[in-house]
Design a protein around this ligand. Structure first.
Ligand code: TXA
Ligand code: MG
Length: 343
């Protein structure tokens, strides 16, 4: 067990003083959890294979699942990646800093422990002052997966990080709840056509404006999917200990009827409802209404952890339409679901 140092950021004080110790820890090969605009990341010096290895240990992450390398300046794209295409330059100009992660050909500076042996690297320039200042002060790129135990919901607050990793990491920086709530969009920008590996806030529709031939994984032949799949996609993800039942209903009325039916059929069990739409009545005391697809993304993982802590047996979640960030919400809900119902 380590003592995990907790640092709460004071927005009125300069970041460079508050992040000095965190940067020292990164430089010395330690582990620091920090906020980004998507979720909290568990960071280590990406150029230090020993530090990188300790990320896998702390998270209990399978070693064949590569890490995203976070940079703070666009010029670093050409330091850590090679043969950067005009398409990538267009995407970077449009979406960086921001929640778009690009799979690229790695430069020799990136160790194979970061990429799980692959000659590709994923680069991301986060749109978050704490993340960028930490990378600047450390003076090295930071490898960072989401700061949860592997398989658990990603953390959107420093408290979530501590629930999973207290005593296993050197420091957590509390910058408040993250804005987006689901992880970055991952785009394989070196395959032809480019492939959306993980949907996020930067949507398929907006990427298609720049890469008209972009494909979803589901649009590829099965043999291609096996070849291209992001290593992380094969693992079960985002699962709270409560059972998750995902309901695809044609109308709100049908969803509500199904939620009431399931709640009534589960006497003696704690049922929670997570929905986009307001049901207009209380089905259970454990109810979270998102209102919009962006809010759904922002509160999804927090709701999972909250319900779990309240001892909820079953979470009934409302499926939403797969456009914009809705595609990311549905991706995470589908991966978390123990059961899906279509009505
Ligand atoms: O929003 C985010 O991306 C957050 C914050 C902390 O930046 N990070 C994050 O990292 O979600 P992680 O490790 O939880 O998810 C990275 C995903 C995994 O599915 C992994 O398999 C995939 O990106 N990935 C990483 N490197 C890859 C590569 N070289 N080729 C294909 N997929 C890769
Ligand atoms: Mg993750």
């Amino acid at each position: 067990m380590k003592k995990t140092i907790y640092v709460k950021i004071n927005p009125t004080e300069p970041l460079r003083f508050q992040l000095k110790e965190a940067a020292e820890i990164i430089k010395k090969g330690g582990l620091v959890a920090f906020p980004t605009e998507t979720v909290y990341g568990l960071g280590a010096n990406a150029l230090d294979p020993v530090a990188v290895k300790s990320i896998f240990t702390a998270k209990n992450r399978p070693s064949d699942n590569p890490l995203i390398v976070h940079i703070s300046k666009v010029v670093d794209l050409d330091v850590y990646a090679v043969k950067v295409s005009p398409l990538v330059r267009k995407l970077v100009a449009q979406f960086w800093p921001g929640p778009l992660t690009l799979v690229l050909k790695k430069s020799e500076l990136i160790p194979l422990s970061v990429t799980a042996g692959s000659q590709t690297v994923t680069l991301r320039l986060p749109n978050h002052p704490i993340a960028c200042e930490l990378i600047n002060l450390a003076g090295v790129p930071i490898a960072a997966p989401s700061a949860n135990t592997s398989g658990r919901p990603s953390p959107t607050t420093a408290q979530h990080v501590l629930q999973d990793l207290d005593g296993k990491i050197d420091m957590v920086i509390d910058g408040g709840p993250t804005r987006v709530g689901v992880e970055s969009t991952v785009l394989d920008a070196i395959s032809e056509p480019p492939i959306l590996l993980r949907p996020g806030e930067i949507s398929f529709e907006s990427l298609r404006e720049y890469a008209p031939n972009i494909h979803l994984l589901s649009q590829l032949a099965v043999s291609e999917t096996q070849r291209i799949r992001s290593p992380g996609l094969k693992y079960q993800h985002y699962s709270p200990s409560s059972k998750v039942v995902l309901i695809h209903a044609q109308t709100l009325k049908q969803f509500k009827a199904k939620a009431i039916e399931l709640a009534q059929a589960s006497i003696g069990k704690k049922i929670a409802v997570l929905s986009l739409d307001d049901l207009g009545e209380t089905v259970t005391p454990y109810q979270v209404v998102a209102g919009t697809s962006s809010r759904y993304a922002a509160l999804l993982f927090d709701a999972f952890r909250q319900f779990e802590q309240q001892g909820v047996d079953t979470i009934i979640a409302q499926a939403i339409s797969e456009d914009g960030v809705g595609r990311a919400v549905m991706d995470r809900l589908t991966r978390a679901a123990d059961e899906e119902v279509w009505i």
